[in-house]
Design a protein around this ligand. Structure first.
Ligand SMILES: Cc1cc2nc3c(=O)[nH]c(=O)nc-3n(C[C@H](O)[C@H](O)[C@H](O)COP(=O)(O)O)c2cc1C
Length: 412
């Protein structure tokens, strides 16, 4: 079986969904070039669709954007040596992660406020991931009740931001467990709220603060205003951050939303206690040092996500790909995933060659969902699956782990 087996979406659809059939036909007749050929193609289209404030929220990064650039540059330093004539028709990207089989080792990152920006975006992502057989993480900062999302994707992972209060943690774990989640990801890299200057300049804030400037920004993007926000308000009412507290969370206009994400006193003792009471798989997201990876493993975490949060928090932080080799060396048996800057199949293979078991992709998958809902994300997943399948063939890899066998080369 290849990476493009029946669990993955069709790869050839050039124009993403949400475009009516008649418009597709006209475009096809005019011979219009496909718009989305790779994951880089989504940001420009999203920039046109979205109010400035929302595009800045998604696309933004910390400080001067050095960590963001370094996340990509880290991949540029590596290439792979092909082995030819290996009979590659049996190649497969299928992967086993923490007791579960996936169609490929590429998952969907966690996104806060997704369904404020894309209509029913949490459910669209959950469904697209399930149909494609890839991992999906629902953020605690999400709008759709976790109980609804898990019905769409019984394999969804819950990415929690937890407070430092043990009884609140217990109640939160009870809710997550009762909903049916079996994989709990704890995001551990946001002890205080981040500040992204592009967002501030574009008047993005959470809680949303209505202003003439924001209203103008939204009114000047009517396709988004009517097709996304209008639809959400009509169908779902005022969005609430549904999954950050044991009960229904605050509305996106409530002052208490500002406190989300920052738990400065949350520490390893809380993780130890959680490990004792959470029976499912436990993954820590935001680990960048070998020492922390070892601690996570000693505590009994099933996996870690080596991540700098897409360079959204701190501009002087190491890139995950640079941190990965030391982490893998220190923890040979731990499930190690990586995110931040992964955009191409070559990045996926490089990360695996350097010791990752799989990767997650953030912003491009979020943009694809906003632009095209579930079919839009399915198309994006299909693009990376197709790249992966072709790259495996060209490199002579029957299995992605073969990339660890003396295939990496550091560019001169
Ligand atoms: C708009 C946006 C919202 C995010 N919200 C969360 C979140 O709620 N929880 C979390 O753990 N990570 C969150 N992240 C970080 C992603 O899960 C992921 O680590 C990052 O986007 C990966 O980098 P990439 O975008 O370069 O692929 C968010 C990222 C973006 C772009």
């Amino acid at each position: 079986m290849t990476a493009t087996d029946q669990t993955l979406p069709a790869l050839d659809e050039p124009i993403p969904a949400r475009i009516p059939g008649w418009l597709r036909a006209i475009r096809a007749r005019r011979g219009e070039a496909p718009r989305f050929l790779n994951l880089h193609d989504y940001a420009p289209a999203a920039r046109r669709l979205l109010p400035r404030a929302l595009f800045a929220y998604i696309n933004g990064s910390a400080g001067d954007g050095r960590a963001l650039a370094a996340n990509r540059a880290a991949f540029d330093r590596w290439c792979l040596v092909p082995h030819v004539l290996r009979g590659v028709s049996r190649r497969s990207a299928r992967t086993h992660l923490m007791g579960h089989h996936y169609a490929m080792p590429v998952g969907i990152s966690a996104f806060g406020a997704a369904a404020v920006i894309g209509f029913d975006a949490d459910r669209a992502m959950a469904r697209a991931a399930y149909a494609a057989g890839v991992p999906y993480q629902l953020s605690a900062n999400s709008i759709t009740p976790m109980e609804d999302v898990i019905r769409d994707n019984p394999d969804a992972w819950f990415a929690a931001y937890l407070p430092a209060n043990p009884s609140l943690i217990d109640r939160m774990l009870t809710r997550i467990g009762r909903a049916g989640f079996r994989t709990l990801v704890i995001t551990v890299d946001v002890p205080v709220a981040a500040r992204r200057e592009d967002e501030t300049r574009a008047h993005y804030a959470m809680p949303l603060r209505p202003s003439a400037r924001l209203a103008f920004d939204m009114l000047s993007h009517p396709r988004w205003l009517l097709g996304r926000l209008g639809r959400t308000l009509l169908a779902r009412g005022i969005p609430h951050i549904q999954n950050i507290t044991p009960g229904r969370g605050p509305s996106i206009f409530a002052r208490s939303v500002g406190a989300v994400g920052g738990a400065a006193d949350f520490n390893w003792d809380h993780i130890r206690a959680i490990r004792r009471s959470w029976p499912g798989r436990l993954v820590l997201k935001g680990i960048l040092s070998a020492q922390d990876a070892v601690t996570a493993q000693q505590i009994g975490a099933d996996g870690i996500i080596v991540s700098n949060h897409g360079a959204r928090l701190c501009d002087c932080v190491i890139s995950p790909l640079e941190a990965l080799p030391a982490i893998r060396q220190a923890c040979p048996d731990l499930t190690v995933l990586l995110d931040s800057g992964v955009r191409r199949a070559g990045d996926v293979i490089t990360a695996i060659a350097l010791g990752a078991d799989g990767v997650m992709i953030g912003r491009p998958f979020f943009f694809a969902t906003i632009l095209g809902g579930q079919p839009g994300l399915a198309h994006a997943i299909g693009l990376i699956a197709g790249e992966l399948d072709r790259d495996m063939a060209f490199l002579g890899l029957l299995d992605l782990r073969e990339s660890r066998e003396n295939r990496l080369h550091r560019r001169g």
